[in-house]
Design a binder for this molecule. Structure first.
Ligand SMILES: Cc1cc2nc3c(=O)[nH]c(=O)nc-3n(C[C@H](O)[C@H](O)[C@H](O)COP(=O)(O)OP(=O)(O)OC[C@H]3O[C@@H](n4cnc5c(N)ncnc54)[C@H](O)[C@@H]3O)c2cc1C
Length: 387
């Protein structure tokens, strides 16, 4: 893996950054404030081929990988207008369908995910399972007469369900109801009978809402199942590794945005003889934030490279580490940015305070800091488990 980004990727990064700057933070703030989705940015990013850059060319995508998609999300985030659904729709759902879907599923979904006309949400979290996905109880049983699936269960915190044409729901089949998770993935169209959603009142200033879902004997055709009933965790991790890499990109973009604001402010704001940025109490934490964001980007690039090269196992460890490092770097960068602006860090005008909550999301979702530390303790270091 080249440690230095290729000229092609640099040019791609610059092009996405230019698109991001042409919208910027004010666009996102006013769109979210008026209760709308950033559909203009979504459509333009689609038209430029950015949304489906990781999807196969024969299905309307760009033929690239998670490396390129993570550049898109990071640069839009650094410009203040990240598109959260990039983490879910092309990265998780698009990847899983491209790798494991039937020909019909690929033809039905991939061109629409790539051109942005449809999005797909992803639901795995359950109220009684939380971080322990082995405990999920959303269960699919087959109707012996029709061959249809009947899906029953509850999900929580699922992002973007209201706008998504369908949700990719992680369940388990009836004969695998207990024990280690053998997940099955089902495409559930938004208006399917028995598929209910309720928006959760979140303290987040974001374009996507989170939903609690209730599935009550939701009847789905046999071909709603993506891939193989027996493929198990392999299929799920085909989607979860890109999710972690993209979460890292989301965090790095947000951290860079906050840091740039703080640096610009610290260069100008003068309350003694020199701008506050000359005081090491302000300068050093900003420098540290920059270093930590850069380091986490290197890990993210490694994870994306491994994933795109087809090394799912190697990518699993690297994606977890990248997600952890980027979230920590983001939380610290945002905290220091707010602090650098003093009182202005908490005004609406400067727009940084809402990032405090947003940055905390990166520590919790899609996998929490502690679960990554558990993973590294057990898988990498071979330490015993406490749970
Ligand atoms: C904004 C947002 C968007 C989201 N979008 C989606 C989505 O689109 N789809 C989806 O399926 N889910 C989504 N989620 C859910 C997210 O993935 C979960 O919140 C996350 O996995 C944590 O689960 P939990 O909230 O149930 O916390 P819990 O599992 O209850 O954990 C609570 C705390 O306990 C800690 N903990 C738990 N177990 C251990 C342990 N063994 N060792 C040490 N500490 C432990 C955790 O680290 C955490 O700090 C979203 C969440 C948020 C906040």
């Amino acid at each position: 893996m080249p440690v230095i980004e290729s000229e092609e990727h640099k040019a791609f990064r610059a092009a996405v950054a230019a698109l991001g700057r042409s919208y910027g933070r004010d666009y996102l703030t006013s769109t979210v404030g008026s209760g709308h989705h950033p559909k203009e940015l979504w459509a333009e990013a689609a038209e430029l081929g950015y949304l489906g850059v990781n999807l196969p060319e024969e299905y309307g995508g760009g033929g690239g990988g998670i490396t390129e998609l993570s550049i898109v999300l990071e640069e839009l985030g650094a410009a203040g207008c990240p598109l959260l659904m990039l983490v879910v729709s092309p990265a998780i759902c698009g990847t899983v369908i491209a790798r494991f879907g039937t020909e019909q599923q690929k033809r039905e979904w991939l061109p629409a995910l790539a051109d942005g006309t449809r999005t797909m949400a992803f639901g795995i979290t359950e109220p009684d399972a939380g971080s322990n996905s082995h405990r999920i109880t959303t269960t699919a049983r087959r109707d012996p007469d029709s061959g249809d699936w009947l899906l029953t269960g509850r999900k929580v915190f699922v992002s973007g369900v209201d706008n998504a044409a369908a949700t990719l729901v992680v369940g388990r089949t009836e004969d695998a109801r207990t024990g280690n998770l053998k997940p099955c993935l089902f495409i559930v169209p938004r208006d399917t009978e028995g598929f209910q959603r309720r928006a959760i009142d979140m303290e987040l200033n974001a374009s996507e809402k989170q939903f609690e879902l209730v599935l009550d004997d939701v009847r789905l055709p046999a071909d709603a199942l993506v891939g193989d009933e027996d493929a198990g965790l392999l299929q799920l991790f085909a989607g979860l590794n890109p999710e972690r890499i993209m979460s890292a990109a989301f965090s790095i973009g947000m951290g860079r945005y906050a840091l740039a604001k703080a640096v610009a402010y610290a260069r100008e704001r003068t309350v003694w003889k020199t701008p506050i940025g000359a005081h090491q109490g302000i300068a050093h934490p900003l420098a540290q934030a920059h270093i930590e964001l850069e380091l986490s980007r290197l890990m993210m690039q490694k994870a994306a490279h491994l994933y795109d090269a087809g090394d799912d196992i190697g990518a699993g460890e690297a994606a977890n580490m990248a997600k952890y490092a980027a979230a920590e770097a983001c939380v610290k960068a945002v905290d220091q940015a707010v602090h650098t602006l003093g009182g202005n860090g908490l005004t609406r005008e400067f727009g940084l305070a809402s990032l405090i909550t947003a940055a905390r999301v990166s520590r919790i979702a899609p996998v929490s800091r502690e679960m990554i530390l558990n993973y590294v303790s057990h898988q990498t270091l071979g330490l015993p488990k406490s749970y």
